[in-house]
Design a protein around this ligand. Structure first.
Ligand SMILES: [Zn+2]
Length: 529
């Protein structure tokens, strides 16, 4: 049972005889206005967080600098921080306040391999060639949530608002690597409402399955073990693990035709052997199996295991597998989305400058996308599509099936980009990302105030969660009891690129912006022929 102590407790204190007169909280609209004003006052800090995390460019599970930096800001501002939660060294939970309701903010912090890119430059121009970079824009999420949390803390103290704020990072989201483990570790068990935030080119929220372009998945690595031999002198003595990988992949591609159209499956060979004259004794392939719901994802996973077993039988090798990530398809809460939509409309789109639009259009032209610049308008809250088609995944799905949750899309990037590429990093340390993050922080703070001050809204969100969302569907984790977070992933890549990237870390003590530090003229576009 969830209990609340917001207005009720404050009233009790006020009425208690002989107590010092506490200040009555201002009415909700005035508080929201104050929140927006306070977020504006923090614009420099917001910009610095966007730029600093962009410059760290850390891959999933290796977000050490990012986590140190963000928790440092939160600790300095009086948040209690627990480090290394759920068995993940770069994960943490920061908390302020006491009692109910508990509102948790979550947003991702990891970046994309090979996406290094100079911000503000409308063509491919890496900061460090081949290095990771924020080619999805996850560098802006903490700027949104931390700014909102600092403002909320100030308002809660000044206006004696009860309740608890929590902040949690989405570690290794690109690997769908942690949130099922967060749920298993009980990180959200006392949480009433989760407000997620993700970078987008539009300002929007959604509920239920939204536009239907979400799948759930399991991410599985198959390790084949054969027998080494001289590939020319005695190949009959060997058993090739690489043959098994290739046969598994071929088998999967034949079977693909007979799977539901909603499935998406893809792979990379992570170990193809060492050199041609040695029969590969070890080889490995990594699959993502995506589908629309738990039973179908589970079926794909089992089919994958069957293919692997069969390939090992054909080749006289053995196989074992490791689950390295999983995600339920997200399902978002209608009550919170409707509340959030009003705040999105109240805040409105950022005011884009001519320079912002010039960068956006030049990049769209460069990559052959539709040239239409940055979005200026906010769409109304859309009805969820009846028949989801599937698409990408996000491990916030597991949280959304355990606590009422929404996912705010804030407008900090350029439309019509391919995703997971250098192009998606171009705007991410420019005024586009700075302004979009400020707008996002306002909505996060205002939506939290709605739930802190209206306990009945929290109840309504839970009613929807219990009576609509989970009426017939019950959460079951994809994790087996011995699955562990794959915290060693990306270690080698960051050991290689970390020292090179370090030379370009943003120094806000000497430079107003990262663009200024890199000496980039904003915007830099190709000269007209
Ligand atoms: Zn993302």
């Amino acid at each position: 049972m969830r209990k609340f102590c917001v207005m009720g407790c404050i009233a009790a204190v006020l009425l208690a005889p002989g107590r010092v007169r506490a200040q009555q909280p201002a009415p909700l609209p005035a508080l929201k206005q104050e929140a927006a004003t306070e977020v504006d006052k923090l614009q420099t800090l917001t910009q610095q967080m966007v730029d600093e995390i962009f410059s760290f460019s850390e891959l999933g599970f290796q977000e050490y600098e990012t986590s140190r930096y963000v928790t440092g800001i939160l600790e300095k501002n009086g948040f209690r921080v627990e480090h290394g939660v759920a068995g993940v060294p770069t994960a943490w939970v920061a908390t302020h306040g006491n009692g109910k309701p508990v509102i948790a903010f979550i947003t991702d912090i990891d970046c994309i391999p090979r996406a290094s890119q100079k911000p503000g430059v409308a063509y491919h121009d890496p900061i460090v060639e081949g290095a990771p970079g924020h080619g999805e824009g996850h560098n802006s999420g903490m700027a949104v949530n931390v700014t909102a949390a600092l403002v909320l803390k100030k308002l809660m103290e000044e206006h004696h608002i009860g309740g608890t704020i929590k902040l949690v990072p989405g570690v290794a989201e690109e690997l769908l690597g942690t949130k099922a483990f967060y749920v298993r570790a009980g990180l959200f068990k006392d949480v009433d409402i989760v407000l997620g935030a993700h970078v987008e080119s539009e300002f929007s929220t959604s509920y239920s399955t939204g536009n239907g372009e979400w799948s759930g998945l399991v991410s599985v690595q198959y390790f084949f073990h054969g027998k080494a031999a001289h590939a020319a002198a005695a190949p009959w003595e060997g058993r090739s693990a690489l043959d098994a990988v290739e046969l598994m992949d071929t088998g999967w591609d034949f079977r693909r035709e007979h799977l539901r159209p909603a499935q998406r499956s893809h792979r990379v060979i992570i170990n193809g052997g060492d050199q041609p004259n040695v029969v590969p004794s070890e080889a490995a392939v990594w699959y993502y199996f995506r589908e629309l719901d738990y039973p179908h994802i589970k079926d794909l996973y089992e089919l994958g295991n069957t293919m692997a077993e069969s390939a090992s039988k054909m080749t006289g090798t053995t196989v074992d597998h490791k689950l390295v990530g999983s995600a339920w398809p997200p399902f978002l809460n209608k009550v919170i989305a409707e509340t959030q939509q009003k705040n999105i409309e109240a805040v409105g789109m950022p005011k884009w400058s001519e320079a912002d639009q010039t960068l956006a259009k030049a990049l769209q032209k460069e990559i052959g996308a539709k040239v239409e610049g940055l979005k200026e308008k906010i769409d109304p809250l859309a009805e969820p599509v009846k028949k989801p088609s599937g698409g990408g995944s996000d491990d916030i799905g597991d949280i959304s099936w355990n606590v009422p949750m929404v996912y705010l899309m804030y407008p900090a990037n350029i439309p019509n980009l391919p995703g997971h590429s250098w192009a998606n990093g171009v705007a991410m340390a420019t005024p586009i990302a700075h302004k979009g993050s400020t707008a996002g922080a306002k909505v996060q703070a205002m939506t939290a105030l709605d739930f802190f001050l209206q306990p009945q809204l929290v109840q309504e969100a839970w009613d929807y969660f219990r009576n609509v969302q989970t009426k017939d569907v019950h959460y079951e984790t994809f994790l087996s009891p011995d699955d562990k977070p794959a915290i060693e992933m990306n270690k080698e890549k960051m050991e290689k690129f970390g020292p090179l990237l370090k030379r370009y870390y943003y120094d806000p003590g000497h430079f107003k912006t990262y663009l200024e530090q890199l000496g980039i003229q904003y915007p830099t576009v190709r000269a007209k022929p």
